[in-house]
Design a protein around this ligand. Structure first.
Ligand code: ZN
Ligand code: ZN
Length: 256
């Protein structure tokens, strides 16, 4: 049993064959998928997919790319949708200084605001941090993100950053890029992070692991990521599956 802790099933890439994608995931042992609606037009769709599949849950929030689109209606709509019990976390929120599709000052402000909103909603947060490690950590600390905890998704920081995040009650989620030939440095970091703090994710349709790199990613491929984590840590695939599943169930509060 595996959990894909982060995918985007509501994206147009899955429009044609969503049911087949979900079925393949089930057949390859993926018990639950957490689909992340990153902007207003996707929230209801993500929730609809979750509501019509027992194995799928939703995560809603405004991605840093879309931070500039936040207006006075955004938070009330999110507050209402997040009352649905299928919504298990708030996100993905954070900073993306790689693409900087929203101005940086707006990203910083909206990241802070959304941590506050998640705390009000009593939901853990899913953090997106791309080339903004220092600012991400500053905001997590100053906004007391340990009060909600959550997940650093597609983790790309160093070991010291992982340690601080774990101390604050965060899990570290590993994407398919860990299978890339060029990811030697990343594998060294993951080797040192305790399995008890790790999740695995696809971020589908993005970041497709080897041996399918270049193709569309989908939740059934999360096993290639889990397999790589097992190799790196020199433990069995079953052990990685078991512990990362327990971790995901705990952070998303599906089990006490
Ligand atoms: Zn992301
Ligand atoms: Zn994502």
């Amino acid at each position: 049993m595996l959990i894909d802790s982060h995918a985007h099933l509501e994206m147009p890439e899955f429009k044609k064959d969503l049911e087949a994608v979900i079925q393949r995931a089930e057949e390859s042992g993926v018990e639950y998928i957490f689909t992340v609606g990153t902007e207003k037009k996707d929230w209801r769709k993500a929730l609809e997919i979750a509501n019509s599949h027992p194995s799928i849950y939703a995560i809603l929030g405004v991605h840093p790319h879309n931070a500039k689109e936040i207006d006075e209606e955004t938070y009330p709509v999110l507050e209402e949708l997040c009352q649905n019990e299928k919504v298990r976390a708030f996100g993905e929120i954070g900073l993306d200084f790689f693409r900087s599709l929203s101005p940086r000052d707006i990203q910083l402000k909206k990241f802070r605001e959304q941590i506050g909103l998640a705390k009000e909603l009593r939901l853990p947060i899913v953090v997106h941090d791309r080339e903004a490690h220092r600012e991400t950590m500053e905001i997590l600390k100053s906004e007391k993100a340990e009060e909600c905890g959550g997940i650093i998704h597609c983790f790309s920081g160093n070991y010291e950053m992982a340690e601080v995040c774990i101390e604050m009650g965060f899990y570290i989620s590993i994407p398919g890029s860990i299978t890339f030939k060029s990811a030697e440095g990343f594998r060294e970091i993951v080797k040192k992070i305790p399995l008890e703090s790790l999740l695995v994710e696809t971020d589908a349709p993005f970041l497709t692991p080897e041996p399918f790199r270049g193709k569309r990613n989908e939740p059934s491929y999360v096993r290639y990521t889990a397999q790589k984590v097992a190799e790196i840590k020199n433990v069995s695939f079953e052990k990685v599956a078991e512990v990362t599943t327990e971790n995901a169930l705990r952070v998303y509060k599906l089990k006490v």
